[in-house]
Design a protein around this ligand. Structure first.
Ligand code: PEP
Length: 249
């Protein structure tokens, strides 16, 4: 049976009370399905609210959008992986394109963050993807390989097998312009073989970038996709419930 993961990146939206109200709409509408998981990445402020509302169900999970690599200390404003884990996170995004391109996060920093996430026992969701100019210049696979190598080289095979990689072309995020299923699949195959060559048994590779109710079925028809990471279209609980229940062949 095919397993699918639907991850909602709420970015800087939904305060704790709004997150609670969202899940009060989502949970009664969502019918659990075998092999299907739904993860929510709220702001750190709403993480505890979301984790508690999900109630420890195996098929639903909460995660943190970003962490700092030190476990604790004098780092004003930062959140560590152990703190996120104690607050109910099961997973952590690392290297989201907004962290890389708005906040200037480097490849070297993604490596330290992945290590911290793994040390804290969380699932790392490593985001990789090229900018428009890099795509137009035929550099997509070079950029993605660089990002994978920087973040993951030397990570043991068992840990590699447990992590999730999200291919999120920067030009597709929040732009309304998604990659075609065939384009995404080509990059997914590359990511999967990079991970398999390093011993990852069944790596999960998600696609992210302007996924919505209209295009999700077509994207999921591509077997290379193990699921999707969704920003804007995850903010409405009713539409998100429909999206995560999309039939996938
Ligand atoms: C994202 O933020 O990871 C994302 C894919 O955003 P959007 O779905 O809005 O393009």
């Amino acid at each position: 049976m095919r397993s699918l993961l639907f991850a909602a990146n709420w970015k800087m939206h939904l305060a704790p009370a709004e997150a609670r109200a969202y899940l009060q709409q989502f949970l009664p509408r969502y019918t659990q399905r075998p092999g299907r998981e739904v993860w929510f990445f709220p702001t750190a402020l709403a993480l505890e609210t979301v984790a508690q509302a999900l109630g420890g169900r195996d098929d639903l999970g909460a995660g943190v959008q970003d962490i700092y690599w030190e476990p604790k200390g004098a780092f004003t404003g930062a959140i560590s992986a152990p703190l996120a884990a104690q607050t109910g996170a099961r997973a952590a995004l690392v290297g989201h394109s907004e962290r890389r391109h708005v906040f200037g996060e480097s490849d070297a920093e993604t490596r330290r963050k992945v290590a911290a996430v793994l040390d804290a026992g969380l699932t790392a969701v490593l985001c990789v993807g090229e900018k428009l100019g890099e795509r137009d210049g035929g550099q997509t696979l070079t950029v993605v390989t660089r990002q994978l190598t920087a973040a993951l080289d030397g990570v043991p095979a068992k840990a590699l097998g447990a992590l999730v990689v999200a291919y999120e072309p920067v030009w597709a995020i929040g732009t309304g312009r998604n990659a075609t299923p065939a384009d995404a699949a080509a990059v997914h195959r590359h990511i999967r073989s990079w991970l398999r060559e390093r011993g990852a048994a069944r790596p999960r590779v998600l696609y992210g970038g302007s996924v919505n109710l209209k295009n999700v079925a077509e994207l999921l028809a591509e077997p290379e996709l193990d699921g999707v990471l969704v920003g804007g279209a995850s903010l409405d609980p009713v539409a998100w419930t429909q999206l995560v229940q999309t039939e996938a062949t």
